[in-house]
Ligand binder design. Structure first.
Ligand code: GDP
Ligand code: MG
Ligand code: MG
Length: 249
């Protein structure tokens, strides 16, 4: 049995360090269709599974405003992995969760990896991971790519999630935004050529005014870009509430 697992996350959260810890020396450079750069892949055998890991460029969002964002998001759209590891830095969990909420709009299984947990411990920061996992609806693994903490548990979690986790994690924005999303979703669903894309993610990107998305789906409503600030505000509000419950400061 084989599995494809991609690592995404903000810049400098430890994606490549984790990738190295997960794959050791079994690495090579892959050239993907639709992706303009070489991306590193590595293989690890674990409990009867052959797991191929892909180390994606660092991003704060899956928009098409910067080249790194485009590369990461095109990879996820056109070469969708079996499981996506959203890697967050335990010392800047807020930014990491923002990317997580966006990844949750894609139709992909997710594990949240909270890395540099050694640094968090040194700073006296405690993260209640089972509470965080409950809020997000996905497993949360605390890791340190430096000490190796959590690496085996992460591999176990990957095998488990592949077997039984449901794909869609959903969290609701406020009603007015959800209504707009629903409208865009039904316009998108009437276009057969867009059927391969994750519809919620695409609708939200449209409302955020993401250039590539607007190019892709065309002028289906006057709301393109109209909710950019509002959606970000809603997401950060949601994240602040979660952080209050899972973290001591
Ligand atoms: P990337 O940009 O997400 O690929 O991050 P890197 O893997 O390049 O790591 C960025 C920096 O963080 C490097 O200096 C790493 O040594 C350091 N780093 C990565 N993971 C950890 C960790 O778990 N704990 C600590 N203390 N440092 C880490
Ligand atoms: Mg880096
Ligand atoms: Mg890197």
């Amino acid at each position: 049995m084989s599995l494809r697992v991609a690592l995404c996350g903000n810049p400098n959260v430890g994606k490549t360090s984790l990738f190295n810890a997960l794959t050791g020396l079994r690495q090579y450079t892959a050239n993907w269709a639709g992706v303009t750069v070489d991306i590193k892949e590595g293989i690890r055998n674990w409990k009867g599974m052959q797991i191929t890991f892909t180390d994606l460029p660092g991003t704060y969002s899956l928009s098409s405003f910067s080249l790194d964002e485009k590369i990461a998001r095109d990879y996820l759209l056109y070469n969708t992995p079996d499981i996506l590891l959203v890697v967050a830095d335990s010392l800047s969990l807020k930014q990491g969760l923002y990317l997580f909420l966006e990844a949750a709009e894609l139709d992909v299984k997710i594990i949240l990896v909270v890395n540099a947990i050694d640094e968090a411990k040194k700073s006296g920061i405690h993260i209640d991971r089972s509470e965080l996992s409950k809020h997000l609806g996905v497993p949360v693994i605390l890791t340190s790519a430096v000490t190796g903490e959590g690496i085996n548990e992460l591999l176990d979690s990957i095998v488990k999630v592949a077997a039984d986790q449901k794909k869609t994690v959903r969290f609701a924005l406020k009603k007015e935004i959800e209504d707009e999303i629903e409208e865009i979703e039904s316009s998108i669903q009437s276009k057969p050529e867009l059927r391969t894309f994750p519809v919620r993610w695409l609708s939200i990107k449209y409302l955020e005014g993401d250039p590539d998305t607007i190019k892709l789906i065309g002028e289906i409503s006057s709301k393109a870009g109209a909710l950019r600030e509002e959606i970000a505000r809603e997401k950060y509000k949601h994240i602040d509430l979660i952080l209050k419950e899972v973290m001591n400061f």
